[in-house]
Design a protein around this ligand. Structure first.
Ligand code: AMP
Ligand code: MG
Length: 363
């Protein structure tokens, strides 16, 4: 199919162009649009047929429900039951990179909620997205704009590479400000299902209570790792094997010194500069003091990684705190829980992934 590319100014969205995207949504089309978290691939959330198309274009499992994006509290209450004690709070903090899980109203098609009796709702903090939803006059179901299991799009060029010829419209607008998907908070048991840039601290300040963060959210669990020691389940994942370094920062250069394979590094500038690799293969996300910047550049690095032609990549670990919790959640999945902290651990991973190792690798 022919995909229309529509350029829309992020600060002053051109009415005519927004209307073209909104009309496509109303008519059952699929529109890739910018948000402050990542680009979304959206359709009218009340149109089951259009939403089914999202699943097939993404290759998304039908048991993975979609987030429904709204432009007003009125639209929110049309699709979900917001507990009265949270209504004013949501009014105050939205639009924001926070998705809430609440009881679903009947008009939301089952394909959107994957058959659950709950629905995920968010008001995105992006003018283009908000204007498009408002003009469409319907809530917009939109998962992240990436083929299932691949890193999410944080810029128009990523979305174009993934979906040109496969959706009705791709909006060409600004880069995603935050670059990680929204925090998902289940309002029924006040538990974080997915960490994001709206941190546990932000939630505590806004709601006056602490959210629960379970082991799976931290990613520190054995569950996923234990059941898939191989390569069964990947997410946010580049094709290039990605290994997460969990050892001390001081030792990394020494640990990598034993590797003769070509590798890339993803992490902070100071650690990157300590490694014996070419500039091209060092993907600097930012400095340690700038966790927001690191989050914003992560998916771009993961997407670019596959064009570097290296045997594997190493990503730096961060503390599971604040935005670090969200970054580590993505890195653990992107690396398929492949961790190493010393030269021996690296060797084990290289062997497991069948990466050519020569005698110099023997440690
Ligand atoms: P994506 O939009 O692709 O980044 O993914 C949306 C996330 O929200 C996924 O992790 C879903 O499993 C989660 N989600 C959406 N709806 C629900 C729901 N009703 N209950 C629990 N999780 C949900
Ligand atoms: Mg996604």
């Amino acid at each position: 199919m022919k995909t229309r590319i529509i350029r829309i100014n992020a600060d002053r969205p051109e009415k005519r162009n927004v209307e073209r995207a909104a009309a496509a949504i109303r008519n059952g089309g699929i529109v890739v649009f910018p948000t402050e978290t990542v680009y979304g691939i959206g359709a009218n959330a009340l149109d089951a047929k259009a939403c089914r198309r999202i699943f097939s274009v993404k290759g998304r499992q039908r048991d993975n429900p979609l987030i429904v994006h709204v432009s007003s509290m009125k639209m929110t209450e049309e699709i979900g039951v917001i507990p009265s004690r949270y209504r004013e709070i949501l009014k105050r903090i939205w639009p924001a990179p926070l998705t809430v899980i609440v009881k679903s109203k009947d008009k939301v098609p089952k394909v959107v909620t994957a058959g659950l009796d709950t629905v995920a709702i968010r008001m995105p903090d992006n003018r283009v997205a908000l204007e498009m939803i408002r003009r469409a006059g319907v809530p917009v179901a939109a998962p992240s704009a990436n083929p299932s299991k691949m890193p999410s799009s944080t810029a128009f060029r990523h979305a174009l590479k993934y979906f040109d010829g496969r959706v009705d419209i791709i909006i060409n607008s600004e880069q995603s400000k935050f670059g990680l998907e929204s925090t998902v908070l289940d309002l029924r048991n006040f538990t974080i299902l997915r960490p994001g840039v709206f941190t546990t601290h932000d939630i505590e300040v806004a709601f006056g209570r602490k959210a629960r963060v379970n082991a799976v959210t931290r990613g520190a669990d054995g569950a996923a790792a234990a059941t898939s020691p191989g390569m069964k389940y990947r997410h946010y994942a580049p094709r290039t094997p990605l290994f997460l370094y969990t050892g001390s920062r001081r030792k990394l250069a020494r640990v990598m010194g034993s590797s003769k394979s070509r590798y890339a590094f993803i992490g902070t500038g100071d650690l990157c500069r300590s490694l014996p690799i070419s500039k091209k293969n060092g993907m600097i996300l930012g400095e340690k003091s700038d966790m927001k910047g690191i989050a914003a550049r992560l998916f771009d690095a993961l997407i670019r990684l596959d064009s570097l032609n290296v045997d594997f990549a190493v990503a730096e670990s961060f503390e599971d705190e604040g935005i670090g919790l969200a970054i580590m959640n993505r890195l653990r999945k992107a690396s398929n829980h492949s961790y190493f902290s010393d030269a021996k651990g690296l060797l084990i991973l290289l062997k497991r992934y069948g990466i050519d190792i020569n005698e110099d690798n023997q440690v």
